[in-house]
Design a protein around this ligand. Structure first.
Ligand code: CA
Length: 232
């Protein structure tokens, strides 16, 4: 739960894959988006320990993204990746609110050192952890304290509900098979036939959907299992 969550904004898929892989090896959790617009969208819902931001992006460039980020968050560390080494770019990067920058091409070990340093520095001045809720629609779910705020008021969650929500949130946007849910949440072997899972989904829809009969967040994937989507 306390793995630092990093937002990577990088449109070069090859490089992004390498970065994701290495950060995850180092114990970080990484969310990857390919544009500044997508990054700003994510930032409305999630808090990150660090943003790794490429300058040359399709659409809005990294400088603009950084300025936007700083309008609402002065503290999240931003590491900028710039393809150019001109002095002007560095100055522009730092003046748009980045905390540090790396010039491409860089070695992954140099990158990882930089990231670790930034995470360490930022953790010095982080306040006592206040649990950040996981938000979607009118809901906010607090997985650590087993609570949720919904349109109908505050509710308590059970251990199994939290386990199932954790898995669905981690895999947001992906179909998670019944077999995997049963195995990872209940510890059943995958050949167990059960309605338990479906009952949980019914319950989630009652808690969190404005129309449980036409679910937006907890979707059924026919013949596979379920998918959690925060937005559609
Ligand atoms: Ca780029």
């Amino acid at each position: 739960m306390d793995r630092p969550h990093i937002l990577l904004v990088e449109d070069e898929i090859h490089l992004a894959r390498g970065i994701c892989f290495n950060l995850e090896e180092e114990g970080c959790r990484v969310s990857h988006v390919e544009s500044g617009e997508a990054a700003l969208d994510r930032l409305q819902y999630d808090r990150f320990a660090l943003i790794v931001l490429d300058v040359m992006l399709p659409g809005m460039n990294g400088f603009e993204v950084c300025r936007k980020v700083r309008e609402s968050d002065h503290r999240v560390p931003v590491l900028m990746l710039t393809a150019r080494s001109e002095e002007e770019d560095r100055v522009q990067g730092l003046s748009s609110g980045a905390d540090d920058y790396l010039v491409k091409p860089f070695s992954l070990s140099e990158f990882l050192l930089r990231v670790k340093g930034m995470l360490r520095r930022s953790s010095w001045y982080l306040p006592e952890p206040v649990e950040e809720g996981y938000r979607f629609g009118d809901n906010e779910v607090f997985l650590l304290s087993y609570r949720a705020k919904t349109a109908q008021g505050e509710i308590d969650l059970t251990e199994l509900e939290v386990r199932m929500l954790t898995l669905l949130f981690q895999r947001e946007g992906e179909a998670v098979s019944r077999g995997e849910l049963l195995e990872r949440v209940w510890g059943y072997s995958t050949d167990v036939e059960t309605r338990t899972l479906d009952n949980f989904i019914v319950r989630f829809r009652k808690y969190f959907e404005s129309d449980p009969g036409a679910p937006v967040y907890f979707q059924t994937v026919r013949g596979v299992g379920y998918r959690f989507c925060r937005k559609n």
